[in-house]
Ligand binder design. Structure first.
Ligand SMILES: *Cc1c(COP(=O)(O)O)cnc(C)c1O
Length: 381
């Protein structure tokens, strides 16, 4: 791996870094694509590629052979089109506001989830005198976006509602794919098979990162992983064949002694029970570290890694800072100026999420702009 040449000067005064291993992300996509073949594998790169930087990740995946991308919003559609000029791009949130003309101009396929969206896209096709591709999203039980069963049947009975639309994908989304034993998966699979039979010969897509681990019955023509590409493992039961691709570090600013009985941080939620050493680290809730990631006298919390040693986060997470207990670390392990790791191969986004009562997805997508993003190039594979 070679490190991006922008690294040295940006690192000198960096308070924190996010290192994204582009080679790993490309390898993760290839591993998932191999797993689901002959179904095709797309990449979900919404929310700036889960907060990691679509600008580098989208071209990396396109070079790795990924032909299809999913984003959520019109502004993400425009960015993705510039980064992947020849790719198929689907916009999950549909015709937000009046984005239809922009999508047509960008050659982005909206995922239509309401009859109103379908009528609007059909009207645009008529106005432009051309057939324009789009996907429809049908609801099989998540009850978020997606046409309800009644509307799906109406659409199938009145195909003129879709006049001019080149229907290129029918999709749905699973509610409980992270638990392979949940009967809801099977229920949604059966509903999807029944409803998609109303649109014969149209390619189908049901599974995201966890869904693709439920077996080939869930793959259909296209799978749509996001989180797993970035090394996420939402399902602890059926882990996807991917490797961690993200390291997050923040600078140790100070290390200080705290006497027994003294408290650390706002609201004095943690009290030293022994002579303690506390390291203060330059990342806080403004950087996406959850405010309840810390141990108090009443509950345990998350950890950081310093020179390979785990150190618990103690006292309230504040806006720009966290405090960690380094008392048990060897002498000299925690030094001001050095970096502590908040996420690493052996301190996963899942662990960070669970420790704060949330999920790795939220940890990843909330990492803030004060972290310097560094990229390990995929070319050096
Ligand atoms: C976000 C999203 C995905 C990707 O989900 P992951 O769990 O990150 O793989 C796929 N499909 C839809 C509809 C989504 O909203």
């Amino acid at each position: 791996m070679t490190v991006n040449t922008r690294m040295p000067e940006s690192l000198a005064s960096a308070t924190g870094t996010i290192t994204v291993d582009l080679g790993r992300i490309a390898a993760n996509w290839k591993a998932l694509a191999a797993k689901v073949a002959p179904a095709r594998c797309a990449a979900v790169v919404k929310a700036d590629a889960y907060g990691l930087g679509g600008e580098r990740i989208i071209p990396t995946l396109a070079r790795a052979g990924c032909p299809t991308f999913f984003i959520a919003t019109p502004s993400e559609a425009e960015a993705a089109r510039n980064l992947a000029p020849h790719a198929d791009i689907f916009a999950l949130n549909g015709l937000v506001g009046n984005a239809a003309a922009a999508f047509a101009h960008l050659d982005v396929k909206p995922v239509l989830s309401t009859l109103d969206d379908i009528v609007a896209w059909s009207a645009l096709c008529k106005a432009r005198g051309e057939r324009l591709p789009a996907a429809i999203h049908i609801d099989t039980g998540l009850h978020r976006l997606g046409l309800p069963v009644r509307d799906v049947r109406r659409l199938a009975a009145e195909p003129t509602m879709m006049a001019g639309i080149d229907l290129c994908l029918v999709m749905s989304h699973l509610a409980s794919a992270d638990n392979p034993r949940d009967p809801k998966n099977r229920d949604q699979l059966l509903a999807f098979e029944t409803l998609t039979a109303l649109f014969p010969a149209v390619p189908r897509s049901l599974a995201a990162s966890d869904g693709l681990m439920l077996g080939p019955a869930y793959h259909f023509d296209l799978v749509r992983p996001g989180y797993a590409l970035y090394g996420g493992q939402a399902s602890q039961i059926a882990p996807t064949p991917v490797k961690a691709a993200v390291t997050v570090s923040a600078r140790i600013l100070a290390v200080a002694d705290v006497a027994p009985g003294e408290t650390v941080g706002y609201s004095a939620t943690w009290r030293a029970k022994r002579p303690s050493r506390i390291a203060t680290i330059a990342a806080g809730y403004a950087d996406g570290i959850p405010r309840n990631a810390s141990a108090s006298d009443g509950r345990s919390g998350g950890h950081v890694l310093i020179s390979g040693h785990l150190a618990p986060i103690v006292g309230r997470v504040s806006m720009d800072l966290i405090t960690v207990d380094v008392t048990d670390l060897p002498e000299g392990a925690a030094m001001p100026g050095e970096f502590a790791k908040l996420i690493a191969d052996d301190l996963t986004i899942e662990e960070a999420g669970f420790a704060a009562g949330t999920i790795g997805y939220e940890i990843l997508t909330r990492l803030g702009p004060r972290f310097t993003r560094l990229y390990l190039d995929d070319e050096a594979r």
